[in-house]
Design a protein around this ligand. Sequence first.
Ligand SMILES: C[S@@+](CC[C@H](N)C(=O)[O-])C[C@H]1O[C@@H](n2cnc3c(N)ncnc32)[C@H](O)[C@@H]1O
Length: 217
Amino acid sequence: MTALASVPDEFASVLTGHATALELSDGGHCPMEPDRWRDRAAGGDHWLLDRCHGPTLDLGCGPGRLVQALRLRGLPALGVDKSDQAIAQCDDRGVPVRRADIFTSLPDEGRWDHVLLADGNIGIGGDPVALLRRAATLVRAGGSVLVETAPGRRGLWRGAARVRGGVHSGVLGQWFAWAEVGVDAIVGVALRAGLRVAEQGALAGRGFARLGLVHGG
Ligand SMILES: C[S@@+](CC[C@H](N)C(=O)[O-])C[C@H]1O[C@@H](n2cnc3c(N)ncnc32)[C@H](O)[C@@H]1O
């Protein structure tokens, strides 16, 4: 298996279970849950799954539990991840996945019914407005971008993160751009990306929003 040329794999040690926290550049920490990612979809995942009714693209899918659950529901679904570790774990599960950076060309752009940004993935790239603009190019008119907001965070936070073995354990990676979007900030962030919040909700301690295109949806 060939790694994507010169693409950093920041989450490799999380995906293998060796790291369970992100250290944020504001001094905070964000727990990572690789055991939950590797498990079957459960709990709050159902908020996302229950809003998918057609072809779904999971951006930063990790080991692919959401793709697996959607396909078990009979829905077409594809994961995208740039990490070799994620690709290997998806392959082990037998779920379809594309090895790619989500900011590069992806299959069926503009034709997906739903795009998922789960488990903090709205932080990918460190600029949630740019990320949501990118997600908006992937869905069809009338489709939705389903996102998870950060528990315990107020407002939009942009900075850097690095992977640690645990909150009090050693650093396992370099700083990379990261962001968090609190439940109170998602309306403004979405609007700046040309999206509107159609629904917000919470399940099992996790917060979510369903976004639609302001024009054409
Ligand atoms: C916070 S983890 C989320 C894990 C995932 N949602 C799951 O269920 O396991 C972030 C994931 O996004 C992937 N990722 C980060 N930046 C990416 C990018 N620019 N393009 C594609 N995948 C990316 C990482 O490799 C990692 O698997």
